[in-house]
Design a protein around this ligand. Structure first.
Ligand SMILES: Cc1ncc(COP(=O)(O)O)c(C=O)c1O
Length: 360
């Protein structure tokens, strides 16, 4: 019996051929493949614009920087997320205000009102593990207070909220193509999707040295461009995304059927179409269970073991942050089980057998 990995990158001969084609083309940066990938991503997400960049972090940095935040501005964000979610907020000059999550592991909209203050300018919900956050509840608070909503969709490419793809509901959405993600490009990569013409143009300019045209630099920007080889790979992978996401849901359904009553399972809202970037369960015997799985050649992960409001980089900047009870309790209990778009259902059963033999 082979080992069962936590995740697996999608790769096929079409991708290999597409990459080989670009190698021969002689054009490697922001060319035809990038333009086509941007158009196809916009059509898929349902936004007017997509701007590719070298990662989610880069894309979000460019976006927030183009919005010219002021020192002391506050952005509401969950603490229970990947650390990068917080970085562009701080780099852009704002302060993250951490709010707890509900049982979906996404921002709890019931806690937002109390977190809004006179300096709050926006909310950044995270569609964590591929579960859409409660965008209705979040937008309602945002609209009441005149705040923007920018969605962290890094883990949720293809997920939908009331039938609308995540990333198309707020002012903008940011996506990641990091190799473990649902849509991958053989390396780092990311993009923002938005309907806002001005923002898209500003991000496009900043990612390429603030260029308005070849020799006119209207802003002081960066080199955070995207590559043709990766765009060609991503275009093929995008055509398979729905199929791979549907398979992830099938894997999740199998886990649900087998593990009900043994562990706390992911909570699905009726309005949500999740894409199970990760399949996260909760058990007080988390560490022992992870060791048991490892002994049987089954990988697992913890996303994330340290909450961001307790990370040294954050407490050094903002001492005395308030406690977040769910986040702090759950970081010790969560365990990510193997899942990917091509996982054999027999392997899902092997994981379930191992969990059952340990907790059953
Ligand atoms: C929720 C979330 N936000 C942001 C990021 C950052 O993405 P990238 O690695 O493309 O910068 C990640 C990936 O680690 C993520 O999972």
């Amino acid at each position: 019996m082979g080992n069962i990995p936590l995740a697996q990158v999608f790769l096929n001969d079409e991708i290999r051929q597409a990459v080989a084609g670009v190698i021969e083309s002689g054009q490697y940066i922001l060319g035809r493949e990038c333009r086509a990938f941007e158009e196809e991503l916009s059509a898929y997400t349902g936004t007017r614009h997509t701007v590719l960049s070298s990662s989610w972090t880069a894309s979000m940095l460019l976006l927030l920087q183009s919005m010219e935040l002021k020192p002391g501005d506050e952005v509401i964000v969950p603490s229970h997320t990947a650390f990068p979610t917080v970085e562009p907020i701080i780099h852009a000059g704002a302060k993250p205000v951490f709010v707890d999550v509900d049982e979906t592991y996404c921002l709890d909209p019931r806690l937002l009102e109390a977190a809004v203050g006179p300096r709050t300018i926006g909310i950044m919900p995270v569609h964590l593990y591929g579960q859409p956050a409660d965008l209705d509840g979040i937008q309602a608070v945002a609209q009441r207070h005149g705040l923007w909503v920018i969605e962290d969709c890094a883990q949720a490419q293809g997920a939908a909220h009331r039938g609308r793809k995540v990333g198309s509901v707020g002012l903008a959405g940011g996506f990641s193509f990091y190799p473990s993600k649902n849509l991958t490009v053989l390396g780092d990569g990311g993009c923002i999707c938005t309907d806002d013409d001005g923002l898209a143009e500003a991000v496009r300019m900043l990612r390429n040295h603030g260029r308005k045209s070849k020799f006119t630099h209207e802003k002081v920007g960066y080199n955070l461009r995207f590559n043709e080889i990766q765009a060609a790979a991503g275009r093929v992978a995008l055509r398979y995304l729905d199929e791979l996401n549907a398979h992830r849901r099938e894997v999740a359904a199998r886990y649900r059927a087998r593990l009900q009553g043994l562990v706390d399972l992911p909570v699905e809202r009726p309005w949500a179409e999740p894409v199970y970037h990760m399949h996260v369960i909760r058990t007080p015997r988390r560490d022992a269970l992870a060791d048991h799985l490892k002994a049987q050649g089954i990988a697992s992960g913890i996303h994330y073991p340290v909450a961001n409001h307790q990370q040294p980089a954050i407490t050094a900047l903002y001492p005395d942050l308030p406690a977040l009870p769910n986040t702090e309790a759950w970081v010790d209990q969560i365990l990510s089980l193997p899942i990917h778009g091509q996982m054999a259902l027999e392997d899902v059963d092997r994981v379930c057998d191992a969990i059952e033999s340990f907790l059953g």
